[in-house]
Design a protein around this ligand. Structure first.
Ligand code: NAP
Ligand code: ZN
Ligand code: ZN
Length: 364
């Protein structure tokens, strides 16, 4: 199939093929089968047959336009692993048959100070997201991993450690790197007391990673049912955040807090856990602002920060770290036909701890 597209350089012809996907055409609609186009691999591209795709809460936020920036149709999915089925003639990192991963980005300007520093996620021109970003090849939006295949420049494709279970590796591509990057940035390691807030897909990875980095890990959860499990994941202690008494135990005691909560919550409660000069980094991205009291920050010279996914080299570093430490996600496998039900369960915190879609089911 050939598409003629107008660009600044004139009309260009792009060969593309029809590809089965699951997505939505409006914020209030359920996800359903859609046909999208994928470009034929160019010289630097690889084509990946998608085997598994994790279900991130960002998929749900985006499908439902909770961040007010979704362009429809929207095909979510940015925790992608699969097999390479075609490579362009300048591809050097991969060959047909290799297993590979794609996370939250498929491109960036590659020239700005941040891209040159391996911080493509903060690209001055804006990174190109795996979904819901402009697709410079086809003139549509980019479409994510709830699909049978994807074509990506090899510079944004990751090598996946062979010793890890492939389906359980998929969530590392977003949940893994989004927690690894801030834990590294804020020097989490031996001698550090770290709080992890919200034990969902991101939070449970943060517990495993912070523990593997050598820190003392305290989990803060709203779910009594996750308390026992948190210790299995590696937590040294667990606090039920609805219990005021328990919340006082770590007040002013933690070096770093990573907040991975997807919904409204009182951020001041968690800022109060920090020691002098401690930092709280938000990775959770609730729809509405979180009010911060001046006196949650001033008395202990506390820092309130945010962090977004991670760069490509850092994502590879995280995957290799997980390979060395045998770290994968705890997953519940679903078919693509169960995706709408999975979103409802995700909203209730009813998953231990990441849904992963068996993408072979898209052929049913
Ligand atoms: P998730 O699996 O749904 O986990 C969110 C967790 O937040 C829940 O398991 C729950 O943990 C807690 N929670 C939910 N509602 C709550 C409420 N009303 N009050 C307090 N706690 C609540 O989501 P996820 O996929 O891990 O993503 C988490 C957030 O990170 C989302 O907003 C997502 O969009 C964002 N995200 C950001 C980045 C980034 O680059 N910064 C990347 C990926 C995702 P407990 O049951 O333990 O309380
Ligand atoms: Zn994500
Ligand atoms: Zn850039």
């Amino acid at each position: 199939m050939e598409t003629i597209r107008a660009t600044a350089e004139g009309a260009v012809s792009v060969h593309a093929k029809e590809t089965r996907a699951f997505g939505t055409e409006a914020a209030a609609d359920a996800l359903k089968p859609l046909n999208i186009r994928r470009r034929n691999p160019g010289p630097h591209d690889v084509e990946i047959e998608i085997q598994f795709c994790g279900v991130c809460h960002s998929d749900l936020h985006t499908a439902r336009n909770e961040w007010h920036s979704t362009v429809y149709p929207c095909v979510p999915g940015h925790e992608i692993v699969g097999k390479i089925v075609a490579v362009g003639n300048h591809v050097t990192k991969f060959k047909v048959g290799d297993v590979a991963g794609v996370g939250c980005m498929v491109d960036s300007c590659r020239e700005c100070e941040y891209c040159k520093d391996g911080l493509e996620q903060y690209c001055g021109e804006g990174n190109i997201g795996t979904y819901n970003s402009p697709d410079k090849y086809l003139g549509t939006q980019t479409y994510g991993g709830y699909s049978e295949s994807i074509v990506v420049d090899e510079a944004f494709v990751l090598r996946v450690p062979e010793n890890l279970d492939l389906a359980a590796t998929a969530p590392l591509l977003c949940a893994g790197i989004t927690t690894y990057s801030p834990l590294k940035h804020w020097n989490v390691g031996p001698g550090k007391k770290v709080g992890i807030v919200g034990i969902g897909g991101l939070g449970h990875m943060a517990v495993k990673l912070a523990k593997a980095m050598g820190a003392e890990v305290i989990v803060f959860t709203t779910s009594a049912g996750k308390a026992d499990d948190a210790k299995r994941l590696g937590a040294d202690d667990v606090v039920l955040s609805s219990d005021e008494q328990q919340m006082t135990k770590y007040r002013g005691k933690l070096h770093f807090v990573l907040d991975a909560v997807s919904a409204q919550h009182d951020i001041n409660l968690y800022l109060s856990l920090l020691k002098v000069d401690g930092s709280l980094a938000l990775v959770g991205a609730p729809e509405n602002p979180l009010p911060v009291a001046a006196f949650s920050l001033i008395p202990y010279r506390r820092n309130f920060a945010g962090s977004m996914i991670g760069g490509i080299a850092e994502t590879q570093e995280m995957l290799d770290f997980c390979g060395q430490h045998n770290i994968v996600s705890d997953i519940e496998m679903i078919s693509i036909q169960q995706i709408n039900e999975a979103y409802e369960r995700l909203l209730k915190g009813d998953v231990k701890y990441r849904f992963v879609i068996d993408m072979a089911t898209i052929k049913q």
